[in-house]
Design a protein around this ligand. Structure first.
Ligand code: PHB
Length: 399
């Protein structure tokens, strides 16, 4: 016969076992959430893919891969370069077949535009890492930009150039969205501030040979050349033509957006870049505790010769935004709530403070940088900062 005492002992033992059971329940496998990630893993921007992989690993090293009970399952896809047809198809598949609930990444403007066409229908939020043409967001309601726009850097740079004494400028900008915007925005702020444009050319996006364009610049006898060209294969092609032209020896300076002195290009570009002044939103050398941690973690995961640049930094940031919106919705992604949560979001990025405004666009510091050697490495070193600039290139008050 079982005594009262042993029943009691049994129930005490059962009670003691209960926490173990609930622990098991709590530690149950988190529910996966499929997240699309698009970047160039082949083509002219291929290093970008390797770079973003290292940035994602750096982020997850600190924050894990489970958020609000959801395990992040990344479905990575290759844009293959500026290929909107490929991207349109890939985004459709990611959403309808692979059931991604949110998309991160995107390199080139035409790729982001193709994505927007699909996500307007499916209402899938897209956290854009790079595509830099302001108007992309006008017709794509579910895109939110974490990169930059070429007006954002071009407008303050035009003013800055005049203050530095530049009066006669030749413009070179790639003949597609971000280039046309860079030329127009820099050109307007430069002339509004008292400068003169002595000529301009628009090389094509694909496989450009810059020699004829640089010759046109030389014929116009400028004091300096402003250039926007997308990172990847353009900077080397342009700088070769510039060096071959003798313009450097003649004292004609280059003013460029930071795509030209992208940290990932420095090995290929070499010491000829020393002293170049560019404008951009991220510098590997940015002096903050968060950036130092990001850079250190990045190198732990990056393949040899891959450095953290604007693509890596902005990839890190879209993951921070993803984790925040997932937390705020208890592990769910409601499309409209996600967009509402992203409007007004602000946090510290490795590039400095960032904020998304009510138009889903980014507000951030714009840095004027000079290429210098730091600890034996070519770096873009900040020499001036224009704080809290919106996508149109205007300083806005902190909210
Ligand atoms: C763009 O297509 O928007 C783009 C691509 C590469 C850059 C900057 C902008 O370096």
């Amino acid at each position: 016969m079982i005594s009262r005492r042993s029943v009691l002992r049994y129930s005490v033992a059962a009670a003691a076992a209960a926490p173990a059971f609930s622990t098991i329940v709590r530690a149950a496998e988190p529910t996966p959430i499929n997240v699309g990630f698009l970047n160039g893993y082949s083509g002219p921007f291929a290093i970008n893919g390797q770079e973003s992989d290292a940035a994602i690993q750096a982020y997850m090293k600190r924050h894990g891969d489970v958020v609000a009970g959801r395990k992040i399952v990344l479905l990575k896809r290759d844009t293959t370069g500026p290929n909107p047809d490929v991207v349109h198809r890939v985004v459709q598949e990611l959403i309808s077949r692979d059931k991604v609930e949110i998309i991160l990444g995107l390199d080139y403007t035409p790729n982001a535009m193709a994505t927007g066409v699909v996500t307007n229908q499916t209402k899938t939020p897209v956290l854009v890492v790079n595509a830099a043409t302001t108007k992309i967001l006008d017709t794509a309601q579910y895109l939110v930009r974490f990169g930059f726009t070429t007006s954002q850097v071009g407008v303050p740079y035009g003013r800055w150039a005049v203050k530095q004494g530049y009066k006669k400028m030749f413009l070179i900008y790639t003949d597609y969205g971000p280039g046309l915007e860079a030329g127009a925005s820099f050109g307007k702020s430069f002339t509004d501030s008292g400068g003169t444009i002595v000529g301009e050319v628009k090389p094509p996006l694909r496989s450009p040979d810059y020699s004829a364009y640089v010759q046109r610049a030389k014929d116009s006898n400028p004091q300096a050349i402003f250039i926007f060209a997308p990172a990847g294969e353009h900077p080397q092609a342009f700088l070769k033509a510039y060096q071959d032209s003798g313009l450097k020896e003649a004292g004609v300076k280059i003013l460029a957006t930071g795509d030209l002195t992208d940290e990932n290009q420095f090995d290929a570009l070499g010491e000829g870049t020393l002293g170049m002044i560019t404008v951009f939103h991220y510098n590997e050398s940015h002096n903050s505790a968060l950036n130092q941690m990001f850079v250190k973690d990045f190198y732990e995961f990056a393949p040899p010769h891959t450095r953290p640049d604007f693509g890596g930094c902005c990839t890190y940031d879209v993951f921070e935004a993803l984790y925040r919106v997932l937390q705020a919705q208890d592990g769910k992604i409601d499309p409209d709530k996600t967009i509402a949560l992203l409007k007004g979001i602000k946090f510290e990025s490795p590039r400095g403070p960032i904020e998304i405004d009510q138009n889903r666009d980014i507000v951030q510091n714009v840095y004027i940088r000079e290429v210098r050697k730091v600890d034996g490495k070519l770096q873009n070193v900040e020499i001036d900062v224009i704080p809290h600039v919106d996508d149109h290139g205007e300083e806005v008050k902190a909210s």
